[in-house]
Design a protein around this ligand. Structure first.
Ligand code: ZN
Length: 77
């Protein structure tokens, strides 16, 4: 997922964070489960659930191309 919620209840986008944010804990906007920032050199930054849980509202495992497309659509609108 591209968006998560901070401990202060603020929405943040993965692509707006720096590598230091990888140590912080965020929450899934849908199920409120714990998520962490995943940031590498190849793929776009994204949030992934810490524990494997059922969360139908936010897809994970999306390819870099798919995530890029979602960001492009968001930026267009
Ligand atoms: Zn979730």
């Amino acid at each position: 997922m591209l968006v998560a919620v901070t401990e202060n209840g603020r929405f943040v986008q993965a692509n707006e964070l720096t590598v230091q944010a990888k140590t912080k804990l965020y929450h899934c906007p849908a199920c409120k489960g714990a998520v962490r920032l995943k940031m590498g050199e190849v793929n776009l930054p994204y949030f992934a659930h810490v524990n494997l849980i059922e969360c139908d509202n936010f897809a994970e495992g999306e390819s870099a191309g798919h995530l890029t497309g979602k960001l492009a659509i968001r930026d267009y609108f």
